[in-house]
Design a protein around this ligand. Structure first.
Ligand code: TYD
Length: 397
């Protein structure tokens, strides 16, 4: 049974930054009600409303993996692990974005799949074979005709963005060699629950995976997790190493059991956990509004740092407008001079001195807090204060 547990109100499409301030409408499909549900059978957590992929992942998609040093380093590190541990002749990445991972490999050994044509264009230009298409059975069959099998399939922060998971895994099984390895990484539901990071939910994040739910899903395809890593990226992610059950080349490590036991300890398999989470989310909203109002009452200014999709969820859920946070700043060219959807807060181009003009910073990119705080040390020394709503709204420094 699918049971809703969290209502994050009317939300715009998270990555649809607006060229000019605009009142969005439900009728025109610019706003939707963001509700989050738990499937008591499969243990999958998902949002209830599905927006067509073509509406979200098109040639205007603004998210770039290479925009953060943390992500670049994470992909570089992973490419070394893959080469050392699996030494693939052919690696395919589902959701290759701007090539942050594949550029660490020899061009002859990798295939990118990226439906956002503006991003696919970047890796194509650099002569990496890239299919600018959605990952599905059609595309997998096309690739199969040319390459037969792939040794390693990798996908970060992509499979949870695709509604039809049966088609996703069928397509993977079609291409993965018998002794091949599938590596996926996505934000961890356990970390989300522990950190109360409700901003992991938005239209693109259709699912938020736990190891329990992934295990259940893989079982249908005779696949299994044989190793796991906890990563700091995206506020806490899990990297799953997956193989066919019949492949005896890899032993299932203890890390898999440890993670599943931890998730059971936190009762991720029970609905009541999510009801409690939902209560904590309401409390978080109240507290954040209280903090921002108090700052404004004292005539101090606040800028948002990192115009993330996550921030779009927070601002719209908490009804935060430009009277509270006057501007955001971001390094992503596609976001600069645009407006946060639904809130009409302008995104300014980042420069080293931008924070000079503000008293407080709301961390939209709280998942990069270490990187950001290190970068902005000189302002913090002068009294600038950062606010993060994770795990509970407070000042951090
Ligand atoms: P991310 O947290 O990955 O985003 P999302 O919630 O959209 O998945 O994105 C980080 C955003 O923060 C991205 O737009 C780039 C921006 N950013 C900066 O502007 N400066 C920085 O120093 C860092 C680390 C990120």
């Amino acid at each position: 049974m699918i049971k809703p547990f969290l209502n994050l109100g009317l939300q715009p499409l998270a990555n649809e930054y607006q060229k000019s301030p605009k009142k969005l409408s439900i009728k025109k499909g610019q706003l939707y009600n963001l509700k989050v549900c738990f499937n008591t059978n499969t243990k999958l957590v998902s949002i209830s409303k599905r927006i067509p992929s073509e509406k979200m992942f098109n040639s205007k998609y603004p998210y770039r993996s290479s925009m953060s040093l943390t992500m670049k380093a994470s992909f570089k590190n992973l490419s070394q692990i893959i080469k050392k541990r699996f030494n693939p002749n052919l690696l395919l990445e589902i959701g290759s974005n701007d090539g942050a991972l594949i550029k660490n490999f020899n061009k002859d050994n990798v295939i990118g799949v990226e439906p956002c044509k503006n991003l696919a264009q970047i890796t194509k230009k650099n002569n990496f074979l890239t299919y600018d298409d959605y990952w599905n059975l059609n595309l997998a069959s096309k690739i199969k005709k040319k390459f037969k099998f792939v040794d390693v399939i990798y996908s970060a922060n992509t499979l949870t963005h695709i509604s039809d998971l049966n088609d996703v895994f069928k397509s993977i099984c079609l291409l993965l060699s018998d002794d091949g390895v599938l590596i996926i990484e996505d934000p961890s539901l356990l970390e989300c629950v522990k950190k109360n990071s409700y901003d992991q939910f938005y239209n693109e994040h259709i699912y938020l995976f736990s190891a329990i739910a992934v295990n259940y899903l893989l079982n249908k395809f005779n696949l299994e997790i044989f190793d796991l890593e906890n990563l700091p990226t995206h506020g806490g992610s899990l990297r799953y190493y997956i193989k066919r059950k019949k492949n005896k080349n890899f032993k299932v490590t203890n890390r898999v059991n440890i993670q599943i036991k931890k998730e059971i300890f936190y009762e991720l398999h029970k609905f009541k956990t999510y009801k409690k989470f939902s209560n904590n989310v309401s409390k978080s909203k109240k507290k954040l509004i209280q903090i921002l109002n108090k700052i404004k009452k004292n005539n101090k200014s606040i800028i948002g740092y990192g115009a993330t999709a996550k921030a779009v969820t927070v601002l719209n859920y908490c009804n935060i407008n430009k009277d509270l946070i006057s501007n955001f700043t971001d390094t992503t060219p596609e976001k600069i001079n645009n407006y946060i959807p639904g809130r009409n807060i302008k995104i300014l181009k980042y420069n080293k001195n931008i924070l000079k003009n503000y008293d407080y910073v709301f961390l939209g990119a709280w998942n990069f807090s270490k990187e950001i705080i290190k970068k902005e040390k000189k302002f913090i020394k002068k009294g600038l204060k950062f606010i993060s709503h994770v795990p509970f709204p407070k000042f951090i420094n």
